[in-house]
Unconditional design. Structure first.
Length: 378
């Protein structure tokens, strides 16, 4: 049996190996940026320093854009609301806590999670602290925030249903955690009026009732295989994506699966190991796999339509769709523009600092969080 200390050390080692900033000397060097400079028609409109931002997997700090403001949090406890057009600070709050997840904003409520095991609710209007709710361990997934419920996923396999107004615990659901996992957890999805969808390190995706947290359906995305604990890791660390009536979810050492949101019935699946993320449009599902290849699959059948391999040697974020492009950030501080049609690499644009999170798109604007802060392109 692996000792508890050995498990912790292995988990820390894996986290370091999967950080965006970690070097990989065994792979070929990334492509030269000057060879890929297609005109994409966007330019930088502003940049804002945000404080400490660790560029490694396991954190879920990502900008949220709501009602003309950009909300962003730093690992050293600062939360900002910035004007989305100018970057001017609307308000700033220092929570004096090591933040690790969020912010998530819905209506008048903003929620962040901490490494100390606290979910913290703030007023989205002025940053006033509304409540703090202690949970049982570190929060490494963005909370899901609804009208009356906040769903918080913790690293010890638990999901807490909290009252949006007070932070009071309403229910608790838990699953066992395997002996060895990769640092990080996927964020829950809140389906208004129906369920909270949560992925676990056991390779299972579960729909929980909003009222009491009881399971509605439970699907095996991937089953552990292999002789060692490393080979048997099937963590669902990439955020599942809800698109129309389907959920798209992928695991490490496992599968990419399309699942009917209401019934939990699998529509199709493909063998694929994913840690970084997924994106979906009307026709295709896009994924960054564990080898930092970017894939496109037919949304209805799961058939592969293209694969991009030129960015091997870099640590990539999950993909996002922007106009006729797929965007992925990397640990060298570049935003990579791929053709939506065939995945060809069109441009490598220097942003500065390793990427902390995947790009965020709203309308014609791109929000990029790197170690150097928040950069906005339009």
């Amino acid at each position: 049996m692996i000792s508890r200390l050995a498990v912790i050390l292995l988990a820390v080692s894996l986290a370091a190996c999967t950080s965006y900033g970690g070097g990989r000397d065994d792979l070929p060097p990334p492509p030269e940026p000057r060879g890929f400079q297609a005109d994409t028609g966007v330019k930088r409109i502003w940049r804002h320093a945000v404080g400490e931002l660790p560029a490694q997997l396991g954190y879920a700090l990502q900008p949220a854009i709501v009602d003309g403001l950009v909300y962003v949090a730093s690992a050293n406890g600062k939360v900002y609301a910035l004007n989305k057009d100018t970057g001017r600070v609307q308000w700033q709050r220092d929570l004096a806590r090591p933040l690790s997840a969020g912010p998530t904003v819905s209506g008048a409520l903003l929620v962040v999670g901490s490494r100390d095991g606290e979910a913290i609710g703030l007023s989205a209007q002025d940053g006033e602290e509304l409540w703090r709710s202690g949970v049982t361990s570190e929060i490494l997934a963005r909370p899901a925030v609804g009208t009356s419920l906040v769903a918080v996923r913790t690293v010890d396999g638990r999901v807490f249903g909290l009252d949006s107004a007070t932070g009071r615990r309403l229910w608790l659901y838990e699953q066992s955690v395997p002996v060895l996992t990769i640092r990080g957890t996927s964020s829950p999805i809140l389906v208004p009026g129906e369920a909270v969808i949560v992925g676990f390190d056991t390779g299972r995706l579960v729909a929980l009732d909003l009222e009491d947290g009881r399971p509605i359906w439970d699907v095996v995305v991937a089953s552990p295989k292999g002789r060692t604990d490393l080979e048997r890791m099937v963590d669902i660390d990439a955020d599942p994506v809800l698109y129309r009536a389907d959920i798209y979810v992928a695991s490490h050492n496992g599968r990419l699966v399309s699942i009917a949101a209401t019934s939990g019935r699998a529509r199709w699946d493909r063998e694929l190991s994913v840690l970084a993320g997924l994106a979906v449009d009307a026709e295709r599902v896009f994924a960054t796999d564990a080898d930092d290849h970017v894939w496109a699959f037919d949304r209805f059948s799961g058939a592969s339509t293209w694969r991009q391999e030129e960015l091997r040697g870099l640590r990539l974020t999950g993909p996002v769709v922007f106009r006729d492009y797929i965007l992925v950030g990397d640990d060298a501080g570049y935003l990579n523009w791929l053709s939506l049609r065939d995945g060809s690499l069109l441009r490598r644009q220097s942003i500065g600092g390793a990427f902390v999170a995947e790009p965020v798109i709203q309308g014609d604007t791109i929000y990029l969080l790197t170690e150097d802060g928040l950069t906005v392109l339009r």
